[in-house]
Design a protein around this ligand. Structure first.
Ligand SMILES: [Zn+2]
Length: 583
C-alpha cells in the first residue's frame, strides 16, 4: 500500500468553523475535511472520512458473520434501493411512513420508493427462496443506502436524508427461535459499539412504524441527544421515555366529591399560574391538551379528528402511548392558536360540558377527586371537577409521559432522566410481514406456517458522528486506533532539505512494511500548520522527522490521546511506534 501524501490529499482542512455546525463533532468532521455538506441531511464522504466508514463496516461485518446457536450466522447480500411502491402498500407502510417516503414515477408511470427500510423486500426475496423448515433459522443482511425524507435533518450526521445502514433480518420457525436470534443480535450489537469506542446502553423502546412487540434501542448518552430515557439506579430498569413505566398512585382518590363551583381566573391561562394563584399543587389540576389525530382508511385516504386529552396538571402527554390508544397513524399537537381557531377556549378548556368531542383521559386523572379544570369560558375555571359526574372520557388509558424523579415500577426508586442518541435498534417483528407477504414455510408435519421475523439496524454515519462526539478535544478528533483513517501521522519538517525528505520517506517505507498505514505530511508548510492539522485530523500517533532530531539520531513521537513529546532512537523507531500503538 502507498502512504497518503498530504500534498496530494484531495480533501483539505478548513481554518473557518462552519457556521451551520450544530454540534462539536459535526464542526470537527467538516473542518477536518472528512465530510462535505451537499444539501440538508445529505453529505459527501471524503477520502479520510470514507476510510473510517469502511472501518466501521468491517467491524459490523465481522460481528454479523460470527456463528451463533443452530448454525445462525449473517449472510450478506444487497437489495435494491429502488422499491416498487406495491411493496410498501402491502405492509401499509406507504401510509404509516408517508411523511418520510421518497416517491418517484418512472417513464411508464410505475411508482417506486427509495427504500427507507427493507423488511418488505427481504420478506419477498425470502419467500422466493425458502420452502421448508430445514432452511431455517436464517439471517440475511445488507449494508446499503437508505433514503428518508426527514422533515428536520439535524446534527450533521445524526439525522440524515441519505445514509448507510446495516440491516439484518432473522427468519425463524417459531417464537422460541426468534428469541434466540434476537439475543444473538443483541449481544452482537453490544460488541459492535464497544469495538467502535462508543459507550451505549440498551433501553426498552417503542416499536413505532415497525410493528411488533419487543424492541430495544442502544442509546449513546449525550446532552445533544433528542431521545429521552429513564434509568433506575437501583434495579437497572432502562427505557426510552416513550415506553417507560412508572408508579402511578392517585393523591386525592379518597376525598368526598364536593359541589362544582365556577371561579374567576382573569389572565390565568397556564397550570403553573393557576396552581400558584389557588395555592394548590399542580397535581390538583386537570389539564386539557389538544391534538389532531389522523387515521388511515382502506382507500388510502386519511381522516382527521380533534382530540382532547385530560391529564393531571403535573404530567405531560406521551404522544406514543396516545397514538396507540387512539389507533391513529399520526398526531399533531395543537398550539394555542390552533386551539382557538378550532373554537375552544385556550387556557380555560376542559372536557366538562364539551359535546361531540373525542376525549381521552389518563387513567390517573379519572381516579382523582375535586380537581381544578377549565370552564370553557374565558377567564373562568371550575373547582371540584370529578370524572363520571362532571365529564366522561371515550377512552381511559395510560397516556402519561415518564419523567425524572418518578418512581420505578419494579422497585419504587426515583428514576434518573438522561438524553441520548439512538445508535441501533433491534425488533421482534413476529409474523406481521410474513403474513402480509404470505412468506410461509412447511414445518416438519407438512403444515404451512409464516416465518417469525426480527429486524436489526445500525446507522453507519450516525455511528461515525457518535465516535467523533465521544473521542475529541478542543484541537480536534482523537480516533480510536481501530477506526483511525491511518495509524501514524508522519510529519516531515523542512522537507525541502533532501536529507530530511529522504529520512522521512525511508521511515514511511519501513512503517508500511511493518504493516502500519501512514498519512505522510510532505507539504512545505510551517511546523505550526502541520501540528495543528495533525491534532485536527486525529491519527493515534504523530511521528516528527526534523533536521534537529535527525542530528541527535532520533525522531519524535506524540500520542494523540495525551502524553508528552518523546524522542526515540531512529534505529528503534519502528518497534517503538508499534509498541505505542498497541498499548
Ligand atoms: Zn428499579
Amino acid at each position: 500500500m502507498w502512504p497518503m501524501r498530504m500534498s496530494r490529499l484531495f480533501s483539505k482542512t478548513l481554518r473557518e468553523v462552519p457556521a451551520d455546525a450544530e454540534t462539536e463533532g459535526h464542526r470537527l468532521l467538516v473542518r477536518s475535511g472528512m465530510i462535505t455538506p451537499i444539501a440538508a441531511g445529505v453529505y459527501a464522504y471524503m477520502p479520510l472520512g470514507l476510510r473510517v466508514l469502511h472501518g466501521i463496516q468491517s467491524i459490523i461485518r465481522e460481528e454479523m458473520d460470527r456463528e451463533g446457536p443452530d448454525g445462525r450466522a449473517g449472510q450478506e447480500l444487497l437489495m435494491s434501493s429502488l422499491v416498487p411502491i406495491e411493496f410498501y402498500e402491502r405492509s401499509g407502510r406507504d401510509q404509516t411512513m408517508a411523511e418520510i417516503l421518497f416517491r418517484l414515477t418512472d417513464h411508464h408511470d410505475r411508482e417506486f420508493a427509495l427504500g427507507p427500510t427493507h423488511e418488505e423486500v427481504f420478506v419477498e426475496v425470502f419467500k422466493r427462496n425458502v420452502q421448508s423448515y430445514r432452511d431455517l433459522p436464517l439471517m440475511l443482511y445488507q449494508i446499503a443506502t437508505k433514503f428518508r425524507d426527514e422533515p428536520r435533518p439535524r446534527g450533521g450526521l445524526i439525522r440524515l436524508r441519505q445514509f448507510t445502514m446495516k440491516d439484518l433480518y432473522s427468519f425463524d420457525a417459531d417464537q422460541e427461535g426468534l428469541d434466540v436470534s434476537y439475543q444473538m443480535m443483541f449481544d452482537a450489537y453490544v460488541r459492535v459499539f464497544e469495538r467502535c469506542g462508543v459507550p451505549v446502553i440498551p433501553v426498552l423502546a417503542d416499536s413505532g412504524a415497525m410493528g411488533g412487540n419487543d424492541t430495544h434501542e442502544f442509546l449513546y448518552l449525550t446532552e445533544i441527544g433528542e431521545d429521552r430515557c429513564l434509568l433506575c439506579p437501583k434495579c437497572g430498569y432502562a427505557a426510552n421515555a416513550e415506553v417507560a413505566t412508572f408508579v402511578k398512585e392517585p393523591a386525592y382518590a379518597d376525598e368526598e366529591p364536593k359541589p362544582l363551583e365556577e371561579i374567576d381566573t382573569p389572565g390565568l391561562t397556564t397550570i403553573e399560574a393557576l396552581a400558584d394563584h389557588l395555592g394548590v399543587p399542580k397535581s390538583k389540576t386537570c389539564k386539557a391538551v389538544f391534538y389532531t389525530a389522523s387515521y388511515g382508511d382502506e382507500h388510502g385516504g386519511a381522516r382527521k379528528d380533534p382530540v382532547l386529552v385530560a391529564i393531571r396538571g403535573d404530567m405531560d402527554v406521551n404522544e406514543s402511548k396516545l397514538r396507540n390508544a387512539l389507533g391513529a397513524i399520526e398526531l399533531e399537537y395543537m398550539d394555542e392558536g390552533a386551539v382557538t381557531r378550532a373554537g375552544f377556549v385556550a387556557g380555560s378548556a376542559s372536557a366538562v360540558g364539551l359535546e361531540n368531542m373525542k376525549v381521552v383521559a389518563d387513567d390517573l386523572v379519572v381516579q382523582e377527586r375535586n380537581l381544578v379544570a377549565g370552564a370553557n369560558k374565558p377567564d373562568k375555571h371550575l373547582l371540584n371537577v370529578n370524572h363520571d359526574r362532571d365529564w366522561k372520557a371515550d377512552i381511559v388509558a395510560d397516556v402519561a409521559l415518564a419523567a425524572g424523579g418518578m418512581l420505578c415500577s419494579n422497585c419504587q426508586t426515583p428514576m434518573d432522566e438522561r438524553r441520548g442518541i439512538e445508535m441501533g435498534q433491534v425488533f421482534k417483528l413476529g409474523v406481521k410481514y410474513s403474513e402480509a407477504f404470505e412468506a410461509f414455510f412447511l414445518d416438519a408435519e407438512g403444515q404451512q406456517r409464516p416465518a417469525v421475523m426480527g429486524s436489526y439496524g445500525i446507522g453507519i454515519e450516525r455511528l461515525l458522528a457518535a465516535i467523533v462526539e465521544d473521542n475529541r478535544d478542543e484541537a480536534g478528533i482523537i480516533w480510536p486506533r481501530q477506526l483511525a483513517p491511518y495509524d501514524v501521522h508522519l510529519v516531515g519538517l523542512q522537507v525541502e532539505k533532501p536529507e530530511v525528505r529522504e529520512a522521512a520517506e525511508t521511515l514511511v517505507a519501513e512503517l508500511e512494511s511493518a504493516g502500519l498505514s501512514v498519512l505522510y505530511d510532505d507539504r512545505e508548510e510551517s511546523p505550526g500548520v502541520k501540528f495543528n492539522d495533525a491534532d485536527l485530523l486525529g491519527m493515534p500517533l504523530r511521528v516528527t522527522v526534523s533536521p534537529r532530531n535527525l542530528d541527535k539520531g532520533s525522531v519524535e513521537l506524540r500520542r494523540r490521546d495525551g502524553g508528552e513529546n518523546e524522542l526515540v532512537a531512529r534505529d528503534a523507531a519502528v518497534d517503538e511506534i508499534k509498541a505505542r500503538l498497541e498499548s
